[in-house]
Design a protein around this ligand. Structure first.
Ligand code: C2O
Length: 392
């Protein structure tokens, strides 16, 4: 049988690492759950741009959207805090499987990995679009599989005097800030700048203004340092840039083309109701997905926070850019032919998750609704895929 959506009323303490600050990452509770419906076909297509190719105007808009999200009160399920908690809740045992009280729910290392993260980003993007009052707004992807994208994109690395946050304004003047009035319906939106500023995790220091910047990243991996897609906590020594780029491309070929010949190899092993967690990751989940996480995380932190650990990864805005690229790789893989198709197994297709949508309503989604990204209303900017021809 398929894994079912967790019961939010039965959320326990997450198993965060022993030396991490205790974290309550349970999602807000509610009694009302609605079923997800694919959006009606429309002519609004959200085009996700490559982060390193995005222009100033786009960066300013994305920054504003994140700023607005970070300014929502912490208990609003659409706030950045709650959005980042989603990752902690679904990955550190805060929920158990419904009907199996001693079996943790874990969305990594199995066939749930790709669809879960696709929906996660889908709602994250819809919330940002709602905050901007722009239904065409699309999040960027970190194009680390292309030579020009193999470093932290400038938009995330810039501490941001250029992208000043929206200024705090007295309650009641939301319109002036460009916050659409309709977000004031449903769950009330209270802009709470004081508490945001007081939480240093959000980096609202006088000198750090960009909501895309995150302090907890590896200082040795700032741009222009090239990423190693096979990174395993040891930096390559004196490797020539061109060699590193080529190496990354062959890693992509190995993990996606030759290592991903079947749905099980690419998407991961089956994980059904009652199964123990971690039956096995698909090849790209292991590499490069994992290495990109630990390469970003701060090596001076006990658990490679933020990106290098499940409980904290969602706190770094680059997480969503990283996962948009992982999601894009899924769309590419499906075009490669052979047996590179999604599973037809009903237990996969009917697996469920819950997320809060842009109207702060809790929604149950099924894997089968995630399979066609166009049906979810978005596509990726068309970029070259040089690794398709870099057989090792
Ligand atoms: Cu949920 Cu990149 O991991």
């Amino acid at each position: 049988a398929p894994v079912t959506a967790p019961d939010l009323s039965k959320c326990g303490a997450a198993d965060v690492p022993a030396d991490a600050k205790p974290t309550n990452c349970c999602l807000p509770k509610t009694n009302k759950i609605i079923e997800f419906k694919l959006p009606p076909p429309s002519n609004i297509l959200r085009v996700r741009p490559a982060a390193h190719l995005a222009d100033e105007k786009y960066i300013a808009k994305f920054s504003k959207a994140l700023q607005l999200m970070k300014s929502l009160p912490d208990d609003d399920p659409r706030s950045f805090k709650q959005q980042s908690n989603i990752h902690c809740a679904y990955c550190e045992g805060a929920y158990h499987q419904v009907g199996f009280p001693s079996t943790e729910l874990q969305v990594h290392n199995s066939w749930l990995f790709f669809p879960f993260h696709r929906f996660y980003l889908y709602f994250f993007e819809k919330i940002l679009g709602m905050l901007l009052d722009d239904p065409a707004f699309a999040i960027p992807f970190w194009n680390w599989d292309s030579p020009a994208g193999m470093k932290i994109p400038a938009m995330y690395a810039d501490q941001g005097s250029k992208y000043r946050p929206v200024r705090a304004v007295p309650a009641g003047s939301y319109r002036k800030m460009g916050v659409p009035s309709r977000i004031l319906t449903g769950i009330p939106v209270r802009m709470n700048f004081a508490s945001v500023a007081a939480d240093s995790r959000y980096n609202y220091d006088a000198d750090i203004n960009s909501p895309l910047y995150n302090r907890l990243r590896d200082a040795k991996h700032q741009p222009p340092t090239l990423i190693d897609l096979d990174y395993n906590l040891t930096d390559p020594k004196n490797i020539d840039e061109e060699k590193q780029k080529l190496r990354n491309l062959t890693i992509m070929y190995r993990q996606v083309v030759s290592g991903g010949k079947t749905p099980r190899l690419f998407l991961g092993s089956s994980y059904r109701a009652g199964d123990n967690q971690d039956p096995g990751a698909g090849s790209p989940e292991n590499i490069p997905h994992g290495p990109v996480h630990i390469w970003c995380g701060d090596r001076t932190q006990p658990n490679l926070e933020d990106m290098g650990n499940f409980y904290s990864a969602g706190r770094d805005p680059i997480f969503y850019g990283h996962h948009a690229n992982v999601d894009r790789i899924w769309t590419v893989w499906k075009t490669l032919g052979g047996k590179r198709n999604d599973f037809k197994d009903p237990d996969w297709l009917n697996s469920e998750f819950t997320f809060y949508d842009e109207n702060a309503q809790l929604v149950t989604v099924k894997v089968k609704e995630s399979l066609y990204h166009r049906k979810l209303g978005y596509v990726y900017q068309d970029v070259e895929i040089p690794w398709l021809n870099t057989r090792p």
